[in-house]
Design a protein around this ligand. Structure first.
Ligand code: SF4
Length: 283
């Protein structure tokens, strides 16, 4: 009887959400064109493979240095972009180096999809490239633009994208190279429990996975203009499924992709990190 209030408090503590961590993000876009043509991506603009330079040059070192010189403090720098064949791998390493040297923020550089592109273009071993990335100052690989590790869906929406097994392999090699591993889960209207489970089970080999970011599909400017963004209840169901299968992993969402009310509800149900895009540079 005397223990009842304590038990009650313990139960309350167990259900109380972790405080919401706010991360101030600098986004660096290398290019807004991509040959891969994923249907859900607004960078999916065709970039010819030859001829005079068809796309604006990727972000330059001067722009990075000028941004870093302003003294703004960021918690996270996300380097991302479409894929073209113009800049060599050494350019991207330099870019990471400049950002890592000029800021104390964690540097999330490129995704498994992008690494595989660089690997194929440069014909360099993946392990070596990942070690170079860490040496340049990256702290983690990015989780990818809109991942759902379900090959039948990838076949339909992103035919050139690497398959689920390849994605997991690149992430595993990244962890072996000393980079943190992060995963993404794209959520769209009509997503089913089976798709969510298949995605979460595919992440199984990544035992040290630290963060899963959930990304609601935003169809504007993509090849899926007629698709609907997900309902909040679908986002909540995904959060619940992640907690069931990956209880130790932090769940993140970009605050720009949901309303403040939705963010608050998602936090009450298990989202513990929110990314705020404070600045964006690049073409
Ligand atoms: S999601 Fe990534 S790989 Fe796909 S089109 Fe967009 S930038 Fe390219």
């Amino acid at each position: 009887m005397t223990n009842a209030p304590l038990r009650y408090r313990a139960a309350l503590l167990q259900t109380r959400p972790r405080p919401l961590e706010h991360l101030k993000v600098l986004r660096v876009n290398t290019t807004r064109n991509c040959w891969m043509q994923c249907r859900f991506c607004d960078f999916s603009r065709y970039a010819p493979l030859s001829g005079p330079r068809p796309v604006p040059p990727a972000v330059g070192r001067a722009a990075l240095k000028s941004e870093l010189g302003r003294g703004n403090r960021y918690d996270l720098i996300k380097i991302r972009g479409g894929l073209t064949f113009w800049e060599p791998w050494s350019y991207f390493l330099q870019l990471v180096r400049v950002l890592a040297e000029g800021s104390s923020a964690a540097v999330q550089a490129f995704s498994a999809v992008e690494l595989m592109h660089f690997h194929r273009v440069e014909k360099k071993p993946l392990r070596e490239m990942l070690e170079e990335l860490r040496w340049a100052g990256a702290t983690s690989l990015g989780p990818g633009g809109g991942e759902l590790l379900v090959d039948s869906l990838r076949e339909e929406l992103a035919v050139h994208r690497i398959r689920s097994q390849e994605w997991v392999t690149v992430q595993r090699l990244a962890m072996e190279a000393g980079l943190q591993s992060r995963a993404m889960m794209m959520v769209f209207r009509g997503i089913t429990r089976d798709l969510v489970q298949e995605h979460l089970l595919a992440l199984g080999p990544l035992r040290d996975l630290s963060v899963i970011e959930i990304k609601p599909l935003r169809p504007q400017g993509t090849h899926m203009e007629n698709a609907q963004p997900p309902h909040l209840l679908e986002m909540l169901a995904v959060v619940q499924a992640i907690q069931d299968l990956w209880p130790q992993v932090q769940i993140a969402v970009s605050a720009d992709s949901v309303s403040p009310d939705a963010l608050s509800i998602l936090h009450q149900h298990g989202v513990s990190m929110a990314y705020f895009n404070a600045e964006e540079i690049g073409p």
